[in-house]
Design a protein around this ligand. Structure first.
Ligand code: GDP
Length: 300
């Protein structure tokens, strides 16, 4: 599957070590738990989450009177699936009728523009009429990059010149999307880190413009995080606090890391659903997240 390919680096390191541990050790003792803890932390699952996971495994071992590590291995994957699962919907929330507006936020370089291009392709292949708004007027080349994706995917991009007011771009884009009968408008935003206050003010202004044009929008505010930055991705996420009204996460570049366990850490720490993962640079390297598929790709 796509997950399996994209997780190749993680599988190479993580699964090899897990398999080795569960087959080499004959007993579930303190040394076994310690080694498992080390492997999970090494895969960036995150200390708090690892401790919780180990506690749960200990409880299962006691309850089910498990003696051999091999019996415990399927329980480990069950527990990880449970940690990844939430009550929230992992598919995109779409408008009941009319235009769906999806806003992408995140710091420069995480893969926002690329994700928007890939998602445009995915939604278009489902028969939806998609448009994109070049709201990152700050990063050099961001507008051209989105236009390039627009050409590749065959989707209109609404833009103004570099440096213009992103809220004005959104206004234009919303007008165009409504008049052209688009189903989905994907909106890029600037991700400069230097000035958090300005960034939040800019986002608030964008929110106001969007709500004025489409009252129930934005339907999704997706924070894009780069999986290769590991625990730093978590720190970045805290920049976009509750004021950003986040509804979900996109985790990019999972193909580029051996520490795919970061998905579990992020899911636990942020309490937001992971909606998509990026598994490469190509157009169809975006996958809707599914915790069962993800964990099965990791362990099988
Ligand atoms: P932005 O500044 O957040 O808009 O980031 P970009 O979309 O420009 O992406 C930054 C770099 O990351 C580009 O070279 C992308 O091709 C690359 N990239 C984005 N998503 C992925 C992914 O899922 N896997 C890999 N390997 N590269 C990615």
């Amino acid at each position: 599957s796509k997950f399996k390919e994209g997780l190749a680096k993680t599988r190479d390191v993580f699964i090899e070590r897990v398999d080795d541990l569960f087959s080499r050790r004959k007993k579930i003792d303190e040394e076994f738990y310690e080694e498992l803890e080390e492997i999970l932390i090494g895969a960036d699952v995150g200390v708090n989450t690892v401790l919780k996971l180990i506690e749960e495994l200990r409880a299962e071992v006691r309850k089910r009177k498990i003696e051999s590590p091999s019996e415990l291995q399927p329980i480990l994957s069950e527990k990880i699936i449970a940690l990844l699962k939430g009550d929230e919907q992992t598919s995109l929330r779409m408008a009941d009728s009319g235009l769906t507006v999806i806003l992408f936020v995140g710091v420069n370089g995480v893969g926002k523009t690329t994700t928007i291009g890939k998602l445009a392709h995915l939604l278009k292949s489902e028969g939806k009429k998609v448009m994109m708004a070049a709201g990152d007027t700050f990063r050099a080349g961001a507008i051209e990059q989105l236009e390039e994706w627009g050409r590749r995917v065959g989707v209109d991009v609404i833009k103004q010149q570099a440096g213009s007011d992103p809220a004005a771009v959104m206004f234009d884009a919303l007008q165009a999307a409504k008049s052209r009968g688009a189903d989905v408008l994907l909106c890029d935003t600037a991700g400069r880190l230097q000035n958090k206050v300005n960034l939040m003010e800019e986002l608030n202004k964008i929110f106001r413009v969007i709500r004025r044009e489409v009252p129930e929008a934005p339907h999704e505010v997706l924070l894009v995080l780069d999986a290769t930055t590991g625990q730093n991705a978590l720190m970045q996420a805290k920049l976009f606090d509750e004021k950003s009204g986040l509804t979900g996460l996109v985790l990019t570049k999972l193909d580029g890391t051996a520490k795919g366990g970061i998905v579990v850490a992020i899911r636990q720490e942020l309490k937001l659903p992971v909606k998509f993962v990026g598994l490469g640079e190509k157009m169809d390297d975006l996958q809707q997240f599914d915790s069962d598929q993800f964990v099965h790709a990791l362990f099988n």
